[in-house]
Design a protein around this ligand. Structure first.
Ligand code: PMP
Length: 281
């Protein structure tokens, strides 16, 4: 991804794609305290842009630093970088991190850097319904990690889970949390249908996805009852449909979890269509 034409917004300036580099002593590279976002561009427009910009700022705050930019400034920078790269449809990756001023664990004295890149990215999964497996990796307790922060360090677990799942022939992994409850996939939230109602885990150990919130709203508009609650793995036997939501994955039906199969049912199909229409509206 580093060797291509285009521009990246880096600390307030547009720089040629190949020149957007960091030093090897960058604090966040050593200690995992970068925070990031993932936005999608449809018809040249970023969906829920301000929500993503605001979450980037909140993610950093949870890791005890302030970004030197406001939501409005991040929004403007994102629009600029999408326009300059002539991106009609694709993905935006904003990232904020602590610079190479200090090497110790303490981050005091580091400078905060921000970059925004935008590039084409098609469907996250090529399958109409994906096969996922239960991961041995657990989402940590909120007392051990700032779950609501989209912090780079938290993705160590996600990458391990995702690549182990792929090696075993699955497209993604479903993680339980530290209490054994269903939590989320490696880059997406989980929804299940029980008796025509839409159920999703509470937000204690997950990222409360912008897509998750959007899909709950769409479901309510369709008159579907939405329930946020603790959901346990034993309940998977009773679910009639399963799908994932996320900016990158959009609304993604799940065809199986481990050995158990699920049809792509009416609620998944409806919400997938509603989401596809909304993002292009
Ligand atoms: N959980 C995790 C771990 C994620 O990485 C993502 C993707 N950002 C999500 C959930 C979904 O969040 P969103 O809908 O805001 O993209």
């Amino acid at each position: 991804l580093d060797d291509r034409d285009g521009v990246i917004w880096l600390n307030g300036k547009l720089v040629p794609w190949r020149d957007a580099k960091v030093h090897v002593l960058t604090h966040s590279l050593h200690y995992g305290n970068a925070v990031f976002e993932g936005d999608r561009v449809y018809n040249g427009k970023v969906f829920k842009l301000s929500e993503h910009s605001a979450r980037l700022i909140r993610s950093a705050k949870m890791l005890a630093y302030d970004l030197p930019y406001s939501v409005a400034e991040l929004d403007a920078a994102t629009k600029l970088v999408v326009a300059e790269n002539k991106l009609e449809s694709g993905y935006v990756r904003p990232l904020a991190w602590r610079g190479p001023e200090v090497i110790g664990v303490s981050a005091a004295g580091t400078k905060i850097h921000v970059m925004i890149a935008a590039f084409p990215w098609g469907k996250y999964f090529s399958q109409a319904a994906i096969r996922i497996c239960t991961s041995r990796w657990k989402r940590p307790s909120p007392e051990s990690s700032p779950a609501g922060s989209k912090a780079a360090g938290l993705y160590v677990i996600c990458t391990l889970a995702r690549d182990e799942a792929a090696a075993a022939g699955y497209q993604d992994a479903l993680m339980h949390d530290y209490k054994g409850r269903l939590s989320e996939a490696t880059g997406a939230n989980l929804f299940l249908v029980f008796d025509g109602e839409l159920h999703t885990p509470t937000t204690e150990t997950i990222l409360n996805g912008i897509t998750r919130q959007t899909v709950m709203e769409l479901a309510r508009k369709r008159g579907i009852t939405v329930v946020e609650r603790e959901i346990y793995p034993e309940e998977l036997a009773r679910a009639s449909e399963v799908f994932l939501t996320g900016t990158a994955v959009e609304v993604q039906p799940v065809g199986s979890i481990d050995e158990r199969e699920y049809p792509v049912g009416p609620i998944s199909t409806q919400l997938q269509a509603d989401y596809a229409a909304l993002v292009r509206a």
